[in-house]
Design a protein around this ligand. Structure first.
Ligand SMILES: [Cu+2]
Length: 589
């Protein structure tokens, strides 16, 4: 009876949330596909997001600066033929706010402080679900809880954007871990790849990112990077932020208002997949390119979609980095599998193009790896239009860039020096009646349960990550950098699963007897210090984690053991929200 009443209350609350957001009646997948299909591909030019410098120049030298960046509700044009869409976006002002937000350009060794301001209205533009652990303002005055995490950043816990450090407009309501309106980014880490900033509010991350609260952050060090000779300058060194979205015919963002398992979670669904693919805030844009090399920093900012990228004319990607690190040397690939929140730093040489155009194609099944194959819509990303061979209009198109034989080196993996080995187990739970997923946990524990991953600064650990679900989960740790060194298939998986469901203890369930299957090597272009690692289903992936600066091997230049600590989680946002997320609390020696 009590349960039934709680259930009814939850349903009524979600109905209220849906009604309050002016949410339209449920639409079919067919309708969403029709809207997406009505948008002609390759008619909008790929935008470059506004650049915001994370330093100032005094007497010819870069010095620290302070930025104020706000979150605003505004209208955004995702396509020439689609009515403007209501979004929540970052900007230095409401007028200049964009989807994605401005690209922050920082310099290694020049600290940056940012005051993140919430100027969002009282009500969310998208539905959410109070039955997953969620930030809910207590003052009764409404507001959209948000908090900003710099993904890939090495910074103190107070500035990490903890899921419970959320705040509403004017800091009217704040979460239990909220400490300060201004975050300090030391930028002490080495340059390369791409970081990104995005919302991290408890239980609302999937809705807040879908609404547009995300943006790129590029950390440079010209003294280290210029000698590499990679393509540079605004035109030839570009950020590509990929995000799939579905739209209503009136242009508004679609997010379901009904869960897969409404008796348990009235709104939550296990994965959001959009029919349209946007790059830098335009659906299927095009970019005219010169016959020369370009550097693209590709970030997958989707909620749940993996991309397996290739170019339709067979041009390869010269991968020079992944996440926020360089590779030791470039790796040439024709297909690039980019998990949610993963980033790759690639060079494409269009002088080798034998066709006048190259489409960027996606072939990753969704959910990955066992879901549907992409269709004629979400199987396309953008198009490059290559300048004709004889035409040489711009002198600055002359290409003096190169892909050097060697890039940057970091500290060695040194698995054998690990201070300890941990087992990290990914579970999905199903409703016995319907078989629909109800929630996902790491190690069978909730976010609210005490931290069990309590490493010491300066150490290396080995995390054996065991995936007992059907999906690949992109594992993300805050603060630390890490890399997979091998993945081994679990033999006798069903028996092992049954034991784990009973005991939740990999050692007592004799994991050594099960982790003896096929060993899959980690791709060469993922062998660097990453902040997202793909964890394949039915495998145990061995991940070496460094709680230290990977360029010098030294410990952190700040107190990483302070409150409120960090978190680690699956970066499929719908999983993270319910609730594949755990505290990560560094402790003193
Ligand atoms: Cu996941």
């Amino acid at each position: 009876m009590v349960a039934a009443r709680a259930e009814l209350a939850a349903l009524l609350l979600v109905a209220a949330v849906c009604a309050a957001t002016g949410f339209m009646p449920p639409v079919t997948e067919d309708t969403l596909e029709k809207v997406a299909a009505s948008l002609e591909m390759y008619v909008d030019v790929l935008p470059q997001m506004p650049k915001v410098l994370g330093y100032s120049i005094k007497h010819g030298r870069p010095t620290p600066t302070h930025l104020t960046i706000g979150m605003y509700q505004k209208k955004w044009k995702f396509h020439r033929d689609l009515p403007a869409t209501t979004v929540f976006v970052f900007g230095t002002s409401a007028e200049s706010a964009t989807f994605p937000g401005p690209t922050i350009e920082a310099l290694q060794g020049v600290p940056l402080s940012v005051t993140w301001e919430n100027h969002l209205p009282d009500r969310h533009i998208l539905p959410w679900d109070p039955t997953v652990p969620t930030a809910i303002p207590r003052s009764g005055r409404g507001g959209v809880p948000t908090v900003v995490h710099l993904h890939g950043g090495v910074h103190p816990p107070q500035s990490d954007g903890h899921a419970n450090a959320w705040f509403t407009a004017g800091f009217r309501d704040t979460g239990p871990a909220w400490m300060t309106p201004t975050y300090a980014y030391p930028n002490a880490q080495s340059p390369g790849g791409a970081l990104w900033y995005h919302d991290h509010a408890l239980g609302l991350t999937r809705a807040n990112l879908l609404a547009g609260l995300l943006g790129a952050y590029v950390l440079r060090n010209p003294w280290v990077e210029a000698p590499l000779g990679l393509p540079r300058g605004e035109e030839f060194d570009r950020v590509l932020v990929l995000a799939d979205r579905s739209f209503y015919a009136d242009g508004e963002l679609y997010m379901n208002c009904t869960g897969d398992n409404p008796r348990v979670h009235p709104q939550w669904q296990p994965e959001y997949f959009g029919e349209a693919v946007t790059v830098n805030g335009k659906a299927w844009p095009f970019l005219p390119v010169a016959r020369r090399r370009y550097r693209f920093r590709v970030i997958n900012a989707s909620n749940a979609r993996f991309f397996n990228l290739s170019l339709s004319n067979g041009l390869p990607f010269h991968v020079v980095g992944s996440d926020a690190s360089y590779l030791p040397r470039p790796v040439v690939v024709t297909h690039l599998l980019v998990a949610v929140a993963e980033a790759f730093d690639v060079v494409v040489d269009f002088s080798e193009s034998v066709t006048p155009e190259a489409e960027l194609i996606n072939t990753a099944p969704y959910p990955y790896p066992d879901g549907d194959a992409p269709n004629h819509l979400n199987g396309k990303v953008m198009k490059f239009v290559v300048e004709p061979p004889a035409k040489k209009v711009w002198n600055h198109h002359d290409d003096h860039s190169r892909v050097p034989a060697r890039l940057l080196d970091y500290v060695k993996v040194a698995e054998e020096k690990a201070a300890r080995r941990r087992y990290i187990v990914m579970y999905e739970y199903e409703d016995e009646a319907t078989g629909a997923p109800t929630h996902l946990y790491i190690n069978g524990r909730r976010m609210e349960d005490p931290a069990t991953e309590t490493p010491r600064p300066g150490t290396t650990e080995v995390w054996e990550v065991i995936n007992l679900t059907q999906d690949n989960h992109p594992l993300h740790l805050h603060l630390a950098t890490f890399q997979a060194v091998r993945a081994r298939e679990l033999v006798g998986l069903e028996e092992f699963k049954r034991c784990m469901e009973r005991l939740n203890d990999a050692v007592r369930c004799d994991v050594g007897r099960h982790a003896v299957g096929e060993e899959v090597a980690v791709p060469e272009h993922e062998r660097t210090w990453k902040n997202v690692v793909k964890i394949a289903p039915g495998f145990m992936t061995t991940v070496v984690v460094k709680f230290l600066m990977v360029d010098t091997g030294r410990s952190y230049p700040f107190d990483a053991t302070a409150e409120p600590g960090y978190v680690y989680h699956c970066h499929i946002l719908d999983h993270e929200d319910n609730a594949m997320i755990r505290p990560l609390k560094l402790i003193k020696w």
